[in-house]
Design a protein around this ligand. Structure first.
Ligand code: LCS
Length: 403
């Protein structure tokens, strides 16, 4: 039996971040408190001065939050993690920590819509300018980088096109030019992709998705590789205030215990459904990293341990057919978000990526007819039956004027 790590990933999912607590609970207690008592005035002053270790105030640190942060840091192979109130709080904290007026960002054009919008609005107002590129084309990144580039920011696979960026090749450009490579690893989770192993500098996640996995938490996390960067991020996060709370941290930490198991099922069922869709006469195109027809299929094989649970596709009937399908399916829930145990269906152009300017969205390959599925852990036969009955009805539904 070969094992290069000290324990297997599945084992880490169950045990990481858990410490000894009073009374010996197997599960970390929820320290639902905003503040912590000092033993004396001197103790309080020493904690604030950093001369003693301990908890002061939950925005600055809390044992339940820390347990979850330690778990995520261990799973990603990082030094420490910082729990944030949402994925977007994590994204904002990264840009607010690493950039200042006059800095430049090179960013993948196929990413979660509000991240694009954040860069084009708030960050732009603060004098940070972004060049959006097709990150699956290394040449585009190489050409976009300037002396002022502070961050190269990618999501891989990207939301919702599932375009794949070569982390190792991009990390080499970042190293050469002195920029940070930031990878949003939400779509893969550390069960399927370890960006630090390919040279990324910072990883972030929307924990709302696979890490928590149960569609009942909004949360984000940033993972760093050294103490100096951690202190820099902690300072900014304390000031911005976008922290996660103890109860949501507890739920995420609980969700992580089944991460490895859930990801196996997500991948297996998504692969079956992607193959089914690709052979269906009503379907024009399927985007799924596990299909040989995916333009970066080989890169996906190299950098990912599995294809993930997301599928994007276009119907031959275009946007209207997609909308009809969304109204016809019964088991797939018509809702945004992803990575939960329940299967979801949504329309990026009018939903998750509606905040993007139309030309920017189309340039990123997010067409009006694109439909995105997040495959849950239900029995795949039920999911296939639901799609089958939905696709049969597509086209039979009366056309309506849309978008
Ligand atoms: N990064 C990625 C890759 C995401 O997919 C999302 C949310 C975020 C960051 C932001 O995380 P949040 O603040 O929502 O926790 N993605 C969503 C989606 O595709 N549908 O609904 C939310």
């Amino acid at each position: 039996m070969e094992n290069n790590e000290e324990t297997y990933f599945e084992t880490k999912c169950v045990h990481s971040g858990i410490k000894e607590y009073e009374y010996g609970p197997v599960v970390p207690p929820i320290y639902q408190t905003s503040t912590f008592k000092f033993k004396s005035a001197g103790h309080g002053a020493a904690l604030f001065a950093g001369d003693e270790k301990g908890y002061i105030y939950t925005r600055m640190g809390n044992p339940t939050i820390e347990a979850m942060e330690d778990s995520v840091a261990e799973l990603e192979g990082g030094h420490k993690a910082l729990g944030c109130g949402s994925g977007m709080a994590a994204v904002h904290t990264v840009f607010a920590t690493l950039t200042q007026t006059g800095d430049h960002v090179v960013c993948s054009n196929a990413i979660y819509g509000p991240t694009t919008t954040l860069l084009n609005s708030v960050m732009k107002r603060y004098g940070v300018h972004t060049t959006f590129v097709d990150a699956s084309d290394i040449g585009e990144i190489e050409n976009a980088v300037t002396k002022k580039t502070r961050i190269i920011y990618i999501e891989t696979p990207g939301n919702p096109t599932l375009a794949i960026a070569d982390i190792e090749a991009i990390a080499e450009i970042a190293r050469r030019t002195g920029a940070y490579l930031v990878v949003d690893n939400t779509f893969m989770s550390p069960a399927l992709q370890k960006p630090f192993e390919f040279g990324a500098d910072i990883i972030l996640h929307s924990m709302t998705k696979f890490l928590n996995g149960h569609a009942d938490v909004i949360g984000g996390v940033i993972i760093v590789k050294d103490e100096e960067t951690y202190c820099q991020f902690r300072k900014t996060l304390n000031q911005l205030g976008g922290v996660i709370d103890p109860f949501n941290s507890f739920l995420v930490h609980r969700g992580i215990k089944t991460l490895a198991l859930r990801m196996e099922r997500h991948c297996e069922s998504a692969a079956t459904i992607a193959e089914y869709l690709e052979s269906h006469p009503a379907v024009a195109k399927v985007m799924f990293p596990g299909l040989p027809s995916h333009p970066q299929f080989e890169l996906a094989q190299k950098q990912q341990k599995g294809p993930g649970g997301l599928i994007s596709f276009e119907l031959k009937g275009g946007c209207q057919a997609g909308r009809n399908l969304m109204d016809c399916v019964k088991l797939f829930q018509l809702a945004v978000s992803l990575g939960g145990v329940e299967s979801l269906i949504q329309h990026p152009a009018s939903m998750t990526h509606a905040s993007m300017e139309k030309e920017v969205r189309l340039a990123a390959g997010i067409t009006d007819g694109l439909v995105r599925l997040s495959i849950g852990i239900e029995n795949v036969k039920d999911l296939l039956l639901d799609l089958e009955q939905g696709l049969e009805k597509v086209g039979k539904v009366r056309d309506e004027v849309i978008i």
